[in-house]
Write a protein that binds this ligand. Structure first.
Ligand SMILES: Cc1cc2nc3c(=O)[nH]c(=O)nc-3n(C[C@H](O)[C@H](O)[C@H](O)COP(=O)(O)OP(=O)(O)OC[C@H]3O[C@@H](n4cnc5c(N)ncnc54)[C@H](O)[C@@H]3O)c2cc1C
Length: 353
């Protein structure tokens, strides 16, 4: 690796400059002035003091949901804490604590193999376990908050470890307190999962339900491993691999509109793709809105819209954040002019400092 991250023992507390271009899945060129790697809880009191002094610090997981600027002045903390611990085994569920630096998919795969079920629909989502609560990751009919018990975090202002219950995390659609008002307040060190012993497959998502793996199986023959394999198969066929083509998955959230707004749009656009919500609102498929505006496969210099997935913006190589954000703004403006709906960017856009 070309970066100069310092990864040995307590030396990690000495910030050093680093090239983060290969530490974000969009592959955006990024030079950081100061990076430290957090590998042990014991580093936290000292690192915590540094964070108090550097109030605009930035926490980096695997960089799969960030738009990094070409020059990053604030202190960057790369979270590399490891470990998976079975905390309790009840008749109804197992409680497992997983360190923030663990790879998300590896955790899902190992949990499924150990007979701890409930995360299989979330397989193959890139990133770390610690970042998963930040935007309440979700896929194929399941959101993280449905399986999460609590989050253990370092509270920067108070200089102490705190455990936040699921309710305290304020989860919403691709949202949590960690992404909103209290961003920068918390450094997540581990996530506790409550995984049900009475497992039922979640096959509500149409694309998953009709996967060939389930065609010849009776309901009782469907296992968590089969669901995980089917999810991975769909994702591999559908989404570009960031190691081949830089991307951050869905670049925009699916916008939520009122039922009345949906009906008005539907009268004008009969093909509109939308998902009714429990609260009476309607979630519009942002990919459909973008595709309808003619952007699928569109390219502007080093950046573009994926040819198969209109929701995925890509870096063909050598792009900087400014180019990508200019394209995102052009798409958002066109969608707003056409549908009267403003698209919101899903990844975290990081300021240069
Ligand atoms: C190909 C592809 C497919 C994707 N598919 C999905 C999907 O289906 N569903 C979905 O929800 N997301 C998806 N994503 C987005 C991404 O995988 C998730 O958001 C993931 O949780 C980000 O993890 P990360 O470690 O890369 O976080 P990063 O990108 O490094 O950081 C994301 C945010 O979390 C914060 N953060 C990271 N670690 C910590 C920590 N320990 N404590 C406090 N804050 C922290 C960062 O400061 C930043 O604000 C996809 C991305 C890609 C590239």
């Amino acid at each position: 690796m070309s970066n100069r991250l310092q990864q040995k023992g307590t030396q990690t507390l000495v910030p050093g400059p680093s090239d983060l271009t290969s530490f974000n899945t969009l592959g955006l060129a990024c030079q950081a002035d100061q990076v430290v790697v957090l590998q042990a809880h014991e580093q936290l009191p000292e690192l915590g003091r540094q964070l108090l002094q550097n109030t605009d610090f930035f926490i980096l997981g695997a960089g799969s949901n960030v738009v990094l600027p070409s020059q990053l002045a604030p202190l960057v903390v790369r979270v590399a804490l490891k470990g998976i611990d079975l905390i309790e085994e009840h008749s109804e569920h197992v409680l497992v604590a997983v360190a923030a630096g663990e790879n998300w998919h590896d955790w899902v795969a190992s949990a499924t193999a150990r007979g701890w079920f409930g995360l299989e629909n979330l397989g193959l989502i890139p990133g770390t376990v610690g970042a998963a609560p930040v935007q309440n990751i979700g896929a194929y009919g399941v959101e993280l908050c449905e399986r999460l018990h609590s989050v253990r975090a370092w509270q920067v202002a108070e200089q102490k470890f705190v455990t936040l219950s699921r309710e305290q995390c304020g989860f919403g659609y691709r949202d949590s307190v960690f992404k909103r008002a209290e961003r920068g307040q918390w450094l997540i060190v581990s996530v506790q999962f409550a995984l049900p012993k009475a497992w039922q497959p979640v096959l509500t998502y149409p694309e998953l339900k009709k996967h060939a793996a389930f065609a010849k199986l009776a309901a009782h023959e469907v296992s968590a491993q089969i669901v995980l394999d089917a999810v991975c198969d769909i994702r591999r066929r559908k989404l570009p691999d960031p190691s081949v083509l830089g991307n951050a998955g869905s670049f925009f959230k699916n916008p939520l509109v009122s039922s009345a707004q949906y009906q008005a749009l539907r009268a004008r656009f009969a093909e509109l793709v939308a998902y009714p919500q429990a609260d009476g609102g309607v979630k519009l498929a942002a990919g459909w809105l973008i595709e309808h505006c003619g952007f699928k496969g569109y390219r502007a210099g080093a950046v573009g819209v994926h040819a198969q997935q209109a929701l995925v913006l890509v870096n063909y190589g050598g792009a900087q954040a400014t180019e990508l954000l200019a394209l995102a703004e052009k798409i958002a403006q066109t969608v707003e002019q056409t549908f009267g709906v403003r698209l919101e960017i899903e990844p975290v856009v990081v300021a240069s400092g």
